[in-house]
Design a binder for this molecule. Structure first.
Ligand code: BYC
Ligand code: FE
Ligand code: FE
Length: 475
């Protein structure tokens, strides 16, 4: 197994020291990254000691060490899963041939674009979350926010390494651009829609880590199947880190619900107005936040029918998440049923070539995965004796990408007119009033072990430490 070298200026397990030109190029990029981190990373906590995990091995068992770190001193590095001897291409027209250790000329620009798109989301999320520390509900949550942030920073490193190592000068230029586009910037925004949405409160943060980081999981799973072996190995290790991000989302939303249940029981009422007055987040508001972030995440999978996706699959650039689970890895003349819109915006099933529907196949796997958390949350409500059940909106709801873009529907997917949408929007997605209410709950709590009033404490602390541990020592 490869060892991680923490002696070098840039920690790595790719023998960076043996490639002087590459090492120099990355050492040139490193101060720019740090400059970006200090200006657009978490605001106000750069001098604080944070109890962070750092990767020390790519072995899934015991891969991380924990300790107090000031974020700018975090050892961002380049870590790839170990090379698997004799790995062959697992799908598409090149199936069975050896995987590529270099980028084939004919796929160069397409691969670069996929890597840039992936890379762009990582710093974008850090930018979106940069002000959240000011309103953290506890030190435990503050630490989790920063853990997610430093790891998204490392994911940026992962993609920048590929750009520098395999794409020469245009790769280096793209690596620069990754620090120049900014989330929400009118002139130079991030590439994908969701990553330009502001994350202004912790409910949005938990929704984002549950729904948006989970898109990351599925995209990384698809790229981990790639015939371009360095990309595959990079994504494999990113997935190890990613699990924690979704844990933060799932337990965060679960704790909000637990607190809301407590308040509803104290009140003897589930009246949203009363729940709000008592300082908790009412369930309909939670549902609207979910409607917003889930529908936004669905767009991240691309168009339901896509010739790009078909050619990524045919050429071996990008597979299906967990490709090994499918029986047919060629899908040469097969078809799959998709819901396409009739003129009235109703779904009509249509058979399309499977290869053209790869984005939709990934999206379906993602949606099934999203349901798991909902089942858990709904069980909490049921056990407490409430009828209210959270529900994922229809895949046709509020879409901007693919064949459902431009149709207005209710969260159940019933077509409605644009006028009806505008009149009823506040029932479906958070209104300005909802957002102002949620913002009003966001007060910073920094006493070890204490929680803000709108969220229950976690079941356990980090790495076997108590919940009351001082996870961030404010400077
Ligand atoms: N917003 O043929 P299509 C993560 C464009 S998250 C704006 O379907 P394709 C993370 C598209 O570019 C994972 N534009 O496109 C999470 C195309 O444009 P052109 C990120 C969009 O390329 C939390 C056109 O629409 N990783 O890691 O097959 C925190 C037609 O669409 C959008 C990746 O995304 C959109 N949502 O599929 C931190 C993996 N969707 O060519 C991190 C890499 C589509 O007509 N990316 N368009 O100009 C890809 O695999 C693909 O680019 C996509 C899109 C799946 C995103
Ligand atoms: Fe990431
Ligand atoms: Fe993530």
């Amino acid at each position: 197994m490869s060892t991680m070298n923490y002696q070098d200026t840039i920690p790595n397990n790719v023998d960076l020291g043996t490639d002087r030109a590459l090492q120099r190029a990355l050492e040139h990029w490193q101060p720019r990254f740090l400059e970006w981190w200090k200006t657009l990373g978490p605001e106000g906590f750069q001098a604080s000691d944070v109890y962070l995990r750092t990767a020390v091995s790519v072995d899934a068992a015991g891969w991380a060490s924990y300790g107090a770190v000031k974020m700018p001193d975090y050892r961002w590095g380049i870590f790839l899963a170990d090379r698997q001897a004799d790995r062959t291409i697992g799908f598409g027209d090149e199936m069975g041939k050896p995987v590529w250790q270099q980028v084939p000329g004919e796929h160069r620009s397409t691969l670069r674009r996929l890597i840039v798109t992936q890379g762009d989301t990582e710093p974008a999320s850090v930018e979106q979350q940069r002000l959240l520390g000011k309103t953290c509900p506890s030190l435990y949550d503050l630490r989790n926010l920063f853990q997610v942030n430093v790891e998204e920073g490392r994911h940026l490193w992962a993609m920048v390494y590929l750009l520098h190592a395999y794409f020469g000068r245009d790769g280096r230029e793209e690596a620069e651009e990754l620090l120049h586009r900014h989330s929400g910037d009118r002139d130079n925004p991030r590439i994908l829609g969701t990553f330009n949405e502001p994350i202004e409160d912790w409910l949005s943060f938990f929704m984002f880590t549950y729904f948006t980081d989970r898109d990351g999981k599925y995209q990384l799973k698809s790229l981990a199947e790639s015939a371009f072996d360095p990309l595959s190995r990079t994504c494999q290790f990113m997935l190890t880190e990613e699990a924690h991000h979704m844990f933060v989302g799932e337990t965060g939303i679960g704790r909000v619900i637990r607190r809301t249940i407590e308040v509803m029981q104290e009140l003897g009422s589930d009246d949203p107005v009363a729940v709000r007055k008592a300082g908790a987040i009412d369930l309909p508001t939670l549902q609207r936040y979910m409607n917003f972030w889930f529908s936004s995440a669905l767009d991240l999978f691309g168009a339901d029918q896509s010739s790009n996706a078909a050619s990524y699959f045919a050429t071996g650039l990008k597979g299906r998440p967990d490709e090994a689970r499918y029986a047919d890895h060629l899908e040469r003349d097969t078809t799959i049923e998709l819901d396409r819109p009739t003129a009235e915006g109703k779904p009509a099933s249509e058979a399309v070539p499977t290869r053209s529907a790869m984005n939709e196949i990934a999206r379906r796997a993602y949606m099934a995965d999203c349901e798991i958390g909902l089942k858990r949350w709904n069980r909490l409500l049921q056990k407490a004796g409430y009828d209210f059940q959270l529900k994922l909106p229809s895949a046709r709801f509020r879409r901007s990408i693919g064949s459902w873009a431009g149709f207005h529907t209710t969260p159940d997917g019933e077509p409605i007119s644009a006028d009806a949408w505008n009149a009823r929007k506040g029932e479906f997605v958070p209104s300005e009033q909802d957002k102002a209410f949620v913002r009003s709950l966001m007060v910073q709590v920094t006493e070890p072990g204490k929680m803000a009033g709108w969220i229950a404490p976690p079941d356990r602390g980090i790495n076997n430490l108590p919940v009351s541990y001082e996870y961030v020592k404010l400077a």
